[in-house]
Design a protein around this ligand. Structure first.
Ligand code: IFM
Length: 461
């Protein structure tokens, strides 16, 4: 099958996140984060694994940047570990922490790659969690202070800034499903966490702009949600899920309003007690771009609530149940591969939100059952097919009028996949966790060749 052709000006990159790749958890004055605590809690992470060593990107970043240069990417999306900059989440910056990201940014730029920096990819300093974490309004102000410290130091070289990565996961997977740190199952406090993440984003946008940041955005993971049947009950279930997954974030940020069906979604929990006048204005500042992470669609049906007492429900107990997709391939995450839904989601968002900012696909990729042959080669055809088919779908969304400016493969390297530990592999490059050696997979070579063709079209007359 031939590779899709995308507009020549579209930028391409690869993405990672601090806790998933850096390791060096006890070096450079880094303080503990909620993920260090979560990993140490028995039964939370598969095989008791943690990001203590991860891919050792903290020491091996020159090799990783060279791998990216070999791919020919335009951009590298990485995240800064808040507890490296402020070990307790407040106070002056830790010079060793800033110095690490200084070196990383300089190395990336010297390789002819542009850095795209995410300020928060889930590693909240544990000291802030001890004071209430995202449930507490003050954490939003602490985040803005941290954003200012990083921007003051790196703003002269980093043009593209992402405030938060997937706040849906921070708020709801962390505080309601309990499968991410801090690992609780809450109702109102999870909704408060969602609001304070939004507020943190808005306050940080102000700090970044004051520090002269050129391009400021946020990365969300809106889901493409489909009803299992055409029944009114299943369609209503999808609308509740749309609020939980998508509208909670997109409506305040892009329209300056909260979703109009919060009470249908959460009942009495949606009392908004944690909101204050003026918050929406802070949250709804205009953005230079919107980051979207996309992996798979979700099919849902109406279902009884898990907890009958509305007051005792968690924020994800909204009377829905996932329905499996039949007849399609699933990745090792158990996620259905339905590439057309990528375009469907983007076109749908463009329709629902007039004036949608330019879009960067800040993550897309697949976890596969990679098996190196006797010579270490990984023939990851499933990943190549996944990327090719999703890029073809992206081309369709662009043709339909969605203003997409960039695309990042998740991920450059196999890395720490949160509660799944190291077993689920998303990398274009295999990491041997015994030796920490890097081995480009077939998908790495495919992406390199694809980018070579793409760049050739940039210079073609
Ligand atoms: O690994 C994660 C990443 O940290 C956030 N987005 C989804 C990826 C795959 O699960």
């Amino acid at each position: 099958m031939s590779d899709p052709v995308l507009p020549p000006e579209l930028l391409f990159g690869t993405a990672t996140a601090a806790y998933q790749v850096e390791g060096a958890a006890h070096e450079g004055g880094r303080g503990p984060s909620i993920w260090d605590t979560y990993c140490r809690t028995p039964g939370r992470v598969a095989r008791g694994e943690s990001g203590d060593t991860a891919c050792d990107h903290y020491h091996r970043y020159p090799e990783d940047v060279a791998l990216m240069a070999g791919l020919g990417v335009d951009l590298y999306r990485f995240s800064v570990a808040w507890p490296r900059i402020q070990p307790t989440g407040r106070g002056p910056a830790n010079p060793e922490g800033l110095a690490f990201y200084d070196r990383l940014v300089d190395t990336v730029l010297e390789a002819g790659i542009e850095p795209a920096l995410t300020l928060y990819h889930w590693d909240l300093p544990q000291a802030l969690e001890d004071g209430g974490g995202w449930r507490d309004r003050d954490t939003a102000h602490r985040f803005a202070e941290y954003a200012g410290l990083v921007a003051d130091r790196l703003g002269d070289r980093v043009r593209r800034w992402i405030t938060l990565n997937e706040p849906f996961c921070s708020a709801f997977v962390g505080h309601a499903v309990g499968r991410h740190a801090p690992g609780t199952r809450e109702g109102r406090p999870a909704l408060a966490a969602a609001h304070h993440l939004l507020l943190a984003h808005g306050l940080a946008v102000g700090e970044l702009r004051d520090a002269g940041a050129e391009q400021v955005g946020i990365t969300l993971n809106p889901d493409h949600l489909l009803p299992a049947t055409d029944s009114a009950a299943d369609r209503a279930a999808v609308e509740r899920a749309r609020t939980l997954h998508n509208r909670t974030w997109l409506d305040p940020i892009l329209t300056g309003a909260y979703p109009d069906n919060e009470t249908e979604t959460w009942g009495a929990l949606a009392d908004g007690a944690h909101r204050r006048e003026g918050d929406l204005e802070v949250i709804a500042q205009s953005l230079d771009f919107l980051g979207i992470n996309y992996y798979r669609p979700i099919m849902l049906r109406d279902a009884p609530h898990t907890e009958p007492d509305p007051e005792l429900r968690t924020a994800v107990d909204i009377g829905t149940e996932q329905v499996p997709f039949e007849g399609v391939r699933h990745t090792t995450m158990g996620w259905p591969v339905v590439p057309d839904t990528f375009a469907d989601l983007l076109v749908d968002l463009n329709r629902r939100y007039p004036g949608l900012p330019p879009v960067f696909i800040t993550e897309n990729g697949s976890a596969e059952d990679d098996r190196p042959d006797t010579r270490g080669r990984v023939r990851d055809t499933g990943r190549v097919d996944y990327l090719r088919d999703h890029l073809a779908s992206l081309a369709r969304a662009i043709e339909a009028g969605v203003d997409v400016r960039g695309y990042f493969v998740w991920s450059l390297l196999d890395n720490f996949e949160w509660a799944f530990g190291y077993e689920r592999r998303f990398g274009l490059v295999r990491v041997d966790y015994d030796t920490l050696e890097r081995h480009p997979k077939d998908s790495y070579h495919w992406y390199r060749d694809f980018l070579r063709e793409h760049r050739a079209r940039r210079t073609a007359p």
